[in-house]
Design a protein around this ligand. Structure first.
Ligand code: PLP
Length: 368
């Protein structure tokens, strides 16, 4: 026993993993820079907060937290299922979409299986693949968008799973219905395609694919959604997946018994019904988008048109430097170094006031 090193204890693939490093806590930023207010535009949270109806429902649910939650989130599953016109056994609720992505890998990926995705894209695909000992294959984006033909070319008989982030985080771009249809014609039937649609509710483009069609065709697809973004419930950790029953049943086998807490379930149920809040979020998001497009253009900063609540912009200088200067002014953005695009930054669309403060701060940085 004496000579066993920590790394010898880990499962294969775990040693190469880098633990997730969360952003600096807001309280720490406040203390360090002597600030009272922070504008967080780094994690694509909802700048309008949470649906007031969801908040009221969660307050009520607090009284019952001495009891375990309903393990299968039945009420919420039924509501989601009704909304999409599918059976409730085609829905699974998880402890955030992150947790759903892990369930997908746990249920499907064996050691040596290939998992393909676009690059840059959402980092969790890599960690869940490596946790399961899968071979992770990254296919570069084309014009900041998932290159589905190039992904299709990389499929081999070892390919088990393909993650398509649509719209894509961090670039905000989307693949269309037509591109997806062509891709699905090529994908072998024994290969699972997980469409991560965390930002689907923000998409206004009519060419956005209706992936539910593949569920109805009983193709091996899983659609991943979250309550963290448009519904403003990131802090409660709740997301869901939909797919043909045979695949959702596999996810159910690996999920924890009481994965989703009572308060989150109550909040999500109420948030789904609050159309007024959703419309308000969409309006503010669209205004923010148009404002930032205009201001970035004036500043000569190229950006990728976005279908989400964030924007990927080329600041024309080291974004880590800009990040630090903005931080001193209480504005937090996500610099692009983690995606090997050091001049780029991913910036969440804030309220009009927050967006104006961001632009004023950027102008000051440039002029200095
Ligand atoms: C593309 C994508 N998928 C999944 C998630 C995770 O969402 P959740 O907060 O539900 O875990 C995020 C969060 O930022 C995301 O951007």
């Amino acid at each position: 026993m004496e000579n066993i090193k920590e790394k010898d204890l880990a499962r294969r693939g775990i040693n190469e993993l880098v633990a997730y490093v969360p952003g600096k806590p807001i309280e720490e930023v406040k203390r360090e820079y002597g600030l009272t207010e922070i504008i967080k535009l780094a994690s694509n949270e909802n700048p309008l907060g949470t649906s007031p109806k969801a908040v009221a429902a969660m307050k009520q649910a607090i009284d019952d937290v001495y009891m375990y939650p309903e393990g299968s989130s039945m009420d919420l599953r039924q509501k989601v299922a009704a909304h999409f016109g599918i059976d409730d056994d085609m829905v699974i609720i998880g402890n955030g979409a992150d947790n759903i992505l892990l369930l997908i890998a746990q249920a499907l990926v064996d050691e040596g299986d290939e998992v393909i995705t676009g690059d840059p894209s959402f980092s969790v695909y890599e960690s869940v693949t490596r946790i399961m000992g899968g071979n992770f294959i990254k296919v570069p984006l084309k014009d900041f968008t998932y290159d589905l033909p190039a992904i299709a070319e990389r499929i081999t008989d070892k390919t088990k799973l393909i993650f398509i982030c649509n719209p894509n985080n961090p670039t905000g771009s989307m693949v269309t219905e037509e591109e997806t249809a062509r891709f699905m014609e090529i994908v072998p039937r024994d290969c699972v395609v997980a469409f991560d649609e965390a930002y689907a509710e923000y998409v206004q483009d009519q060419h956005y694919p209706d992936t539910m069609k593949y569920v109805h065709e009983k193709r091996n697809v899983i659609l991943v959604r979250t309550f963290s973004k448009i519904f403003g419930l990131a802090g409660t950790r709740i997301g869901y997946a939909m797919g043909p029953k045979h695949l959702v049943d596999l996810l159910r086998k690996v999920t924890a018994a009481f994965a989703v807490n009572r308060v989150a379930q109550a909040g999500a149920l109420a948030a789904l019904e609050d159309r007024e809040f959703i419309e308000k979020v969409l309006t503010v998001n669209e205004q923010g988008k148009q404002y930032l497009y205009q201001e970035f253009s004036k500043l000569g900063m190229p950006y990728t048109p976005t279908h989400t609540n964030f924007i990927f912009v080329n600041l024309g200088m080291d974004s880590q430097v800009v990040f630090k200067k903005l931080l001193a002014q209480g504005i937090v953005i996500r610099p692009g170094g983690m995606w090997n695009l050091p001049n780029y930054a991913r910036i969440t669309l804030g309220t009009l006031e927050q967006n104006e403060k961001l632009i004023a701060a950027l102008k000051e940085i440039i002029n200095k």
